[in-house]
Design a protein around this ligand. Structure first.
Ligand code: ADP
Length: 405
C-alpha cells in the first residue's frame, strides 16, 4: 500500500495538539502544541523528530485568538524551511482528528462529510467541552487545506461492542430513549491501541484474547476486553464515572448532587466541584499530579496517603470486577502517564492479587519507566504488561485505513 502523510489533530477548548505521521509505518515527523488559544498569552511549541529541533512562537498581537488562527501557525511551523518538515501543504494527504464523543452512531472512524459534521454537532450536548472544539479544528482544516480529505476517530467507538446489560444504567427506559443516557466509555483509542499492540508482540490473534487494560493518566479508565472487543469500561455517559482521577471524583452516590442542591449549591457549581476539584486534588488538597501525591504520601502526609490509597483501591476494585466478568484474563496492561511511568502505582495495584492470578516481578516492574515490558512472574496466570500508548498512531492508522477501503 502507498505511503501517506497524515496530519493528526487533537483540539481541546483552548489547545491544538498535532503530529505529522507517515503511514502505514508510523514514522513521526513532527509534534507540536498550541496552548492558551484565545488568550493574549497563547503560544505554540513544535519539535522536529529527526533532529529534536525546537520551535516556539509566543503571541504578540493575539495571533492565536481562535482555532483557525492557531491552525495557521501550525501550518507555518510545519512548512518552515528552518524548523519544518514539508515544502508544500499539498504534501499532506489526510487530516485525521480525534473526537471525544461519537454517541451510539459511530463504532469506527469515519470520513468527514455533511452527515458526520451534523452528528458531531448533535453530540455537543453530551460533550459540551470537547465536541465544539473538535468542530473548530475540522472547520479550520477545511478552510486552510480545502482539498484534503479529513477523517475522525471517536474515543467512544471502541466501546460500542459492549452488551446492553453493561452499557445501560438501571434507570427508566424513557430516559435512555429520550436523552441517550447510557454508558459510552472513553479512551477507546488508547485501550484499542494497547490491546492490538499486545496481540502483535505476543503473536496471538486479538480475537482470542481476554484483557484488562488500565489507562491511568490525569483522566483514567479501565476496560474489560473479551475476545478482542470492549465488553465493559469504567467511564460512563461522560468521562466522570469510574476511577479516582486527577481532579474528577469517579464513582459516587448520585444523591450527592440533589443533596448539595438542597444545601444551596447550584448545578454548575456541583459540576465544577466533581469535575475539577475532586479526585486526587480533592482528597489531598495538594494537587492532581500523581508525582506530588506520591511525594506527599512518602513524606507521611495523611491526605496524600489517603489520595494514593483511594486511587489504588478503586483500580483494584475494577480489576477484580472485570476478572469476575471475563472469567479468564490473559493479560493486564498498564498505560497512560501514571501507568507507564509509576512503578510504585503498578506495584501497589498488583499487590495481594495472587488469588486472581496476578503475580508481579517487582524488579522487572521497577525497570520499566516509560518503556514497554512484561512485569509478571513466569508462574503468573495473568501476564502483566506495560505498553506506552500511542493514540496519534491509532488515529493516523484509522485515517489511512478508512481512506484506502
Ligand atoms: P492526560 O490524561 O492528561 O493525557 P497523561 O496520560 O499524560 O494525562 O498522564 C499525566 C499524569 O501522569 C500526570 O498527572 C502525572 O500524575 C502522571 N505521571 C507522569 N510521570 C509520572 C511518574 N514518574 N510517576 C507518577 N506519575 C507520573
Amino acid at each position: 500500500m502507498s505511503r501517506k502523510t497524515i496530519l493528526v489533530i487533537n483540539c481541546g477548548s483552548s489547545s491544538l495538539k498535532y503530529q505529522l505521521c507517515l503511514m502505514p509505518d508510523g514514522t513521526n515527523l513532527v509534534k507540536g502544541n498550541v496552548e492558551r488559544i484565545g488568550d493574549a498569552r497563547a503560544f505554540m511549541t513544535q519539535k522536529r523528530v529527526s533532529d529534536n529541533k525546537e520551535y516556539r512562537v509566543d503571541s504578540v498581537d493575539n495571533e492565536m485568538k481562535d482555532h483557525k488562527s492557531a491552525f495557521k501557525e501550525v501550518m507555518k511551523a510545519i512548512l518552515s524551511p528552518d524548523y519544518g518538515v514539508l515544502k508544500d501543504a499539498g504534501e499532506i494527504d489526510i487530516v485525521s482528528h480525534r473526537i471525544v464523543h461519537g454517541g451510539e452512531k459511530y463504532s469506527d472512524a469515519a470520513i468527514v462529510d455533511e452527515k458526520v459534521l451534523a452528528d458531531i454537532t448533535e453530540l455537543c450536548d453530551l460533550a459540551p467541552l470537547h465536541n465544539p472544539a473538535h468542530l473548530q479544528g475540522i472547520f479550520a482544516a477545511e478552510e486552510l487545506l480545502p482539498k484534503i480529505p479529513q477523517t475522525v476517530t471517536f474515543d467512544t467507538a471502541f466501546h460500542q461492542t459492549m452488551p446492553d446489560y453493561c452499557y445501560r444504567y438501571a434507570i427508566p427506559e424513557d430516559l435512555y430513549k429520550k436523552f441517550a443516557l447510557r454508558k459510552y466509555g472513553f479512551h477507546g483509542t488508547s485501550h484499542k491501541y494497547v490491546a492490538e499492540h499486545l496481540a502483535r508482540i505476543i503473536n496471538k490473534p486479538l480475537e482470542s484474547l481476554n484483557l484488562i487494560t488500565c489507562h491511568l493518566g490525569n483522566g483514567a479508565s479501565v476496560t474489560a476486553i473479551q475476545n478482542g472487543k470492549s465488553y465493559d469500561t469504567s467511564m460512563g455517559v461522560t468521562p466522570l464515572e469510574g476511577l479516582v482521577m486527577g481532579t474528577r471524583c469517579g464513582d459516587i452516590d448520585p444523591t450527592v448532587v440533589p443533596y448539595l442542591c438542597s444545601k444551596g449549591y447550584k448545578p454548575e457549581e456541583i459540576n465544577t466541584i466533581l469535575q475539577k476539584k475532586s479526585g486526587l486534588l480533592g482528597l489531598s488538597g495538594k494537587g492532581s499530579d500523581m508525582r506530588d501525591i506520591i511525594a506527599s504520601a512518602e513524606a507521611g502526609e495523611e491526605n496524600g496517603l489517603l489520595a494514593f490509597n483511594s486511587f489504588i483501591h478503586r483500580v483494584k476494585k475494577y480489576i477484580g470486577a472485570y476478572t469476575a466478568e471475563l472469567g479468564r484474563v490473559d493479560a493486564l496492561i498498564f498505560t497512560g502517564g501514571i501507568g507507564e511511568n509509576s512503578y510504585k502505582v503498578r506495584a501497589a495495584i498488583c499487590a495481594n492479587m495472587e488469588s486472581i492470578g496476578i503475580k508481579i516481578d517487582l524488579d522487572e516492574n521497577k525497570k520499566h519507566i516509560g518503556t514497554e515490558g512484561l512485569l509478571s512472574k513466569p508462574d503468573s496466570s495473568v501476564s502483566v504488561f506495560v505498553i506506552p500508548t500511542n493514540e496519534e498512531y491509532q488515529i493516523a492508522m484509522d485515517g489511512y485505513r478508512i481512506t484506502h477501503s
